[in-house]
Design a protein around this ligand. Sequence first.
Ligand SMILES: C[S@@+](CC[C@H](N)C(=O)[O-])C[C@H]1O[C@@H](n2cnc3c(N)ncnc32)[C@H](O)[C@@H]1O
Length: 272
Amino acid sequence: MALAVEDFTFVQALVRRKAAIVLDPGKEYLVESRLLPLARSEGYQSIAGLVEDLRKNPHNGLNRRVVQAMTTNETAFFRDGHPFEILKSTVVPEVIEAKRSSRRIDIWSAACSSGQEAVSIGITLKEHFPQLVGWTVRILCTDISTDMLARCRAGRYSQLEVNRGLPASLLVKHFRNEGIEWVASADLRRMMECRELNLAEAWPALPRFDVVFMRNVMIYFDVETKRSILRRLRLAMRPRGWLFLGGAETTLNLDDAWERNPVGRSVVYRSP
Ligand SMILES: C[S@@+](CC[C@H](N)C(=O)[O-])C[C@H]1O[C@@H](n2cnc3c(N)ncnc32)[C@H](O)[C@@H]1O
């Protein structure tokens, strides 16, 4: 059964209000493909039944499950390659110099999905910076999706996931094979702390970050939400901290206090 206009409008308003995610007209197919399996697993015949209950009882956990089902969790190890090259060639050497006295590095993988970005950061550090042994290195992994956070904590990935972007030599070195899955090493998982955080709401107290990866999430938000996030992010960073955005994202015309640093064919941003 086709999605009714008023049901689409209801879901559109809900995900905008709760997660700042914008679903433009034309995204009805997305709502259908994401919510039909959820509706069935919750015992409804159709999305209409699920939406009817949401209207009657707006404060139950179903709200949350709908918002989570509407998030796009696409990710990959070493996604796009070049951010991790820049991390290795430019960013970490500068951070090591700047943090020589405290010997502590704080990194944030904001909108971490299942943790493949954070694992890729951890592998980059372990492979190329042996001088960090004895330092405190923390990678805070946050997302709005509790399902993704559970995956991030478990550090378990399928063969298909590790086949995308992870060289075999790094796979056998940093993962353990368990049945049909690959589990990230205890060393990598020790660096990572996975926590629920909605970027569109008030943020809890956070450390001052040296490096932030906030990639492929702002594309889903409206301009005001992007502005607010970029402004608050500046305040959460140490001076001259480093920010990686996704390829389709920028600070330009949103928050020009960020310094734009082209490196090769890519761009990395620095806080004032
Ligand atoms: C496309 S994935 C990007 C994952 C990773 N950063 C990467 O680039 O591979 C987007 C992630 O943003 C999360 N997300 C969406 N809206 C959010 C919000 N308001 N606050 C926090 N995370 C959110 C989704 O749950 C999803 O895991």
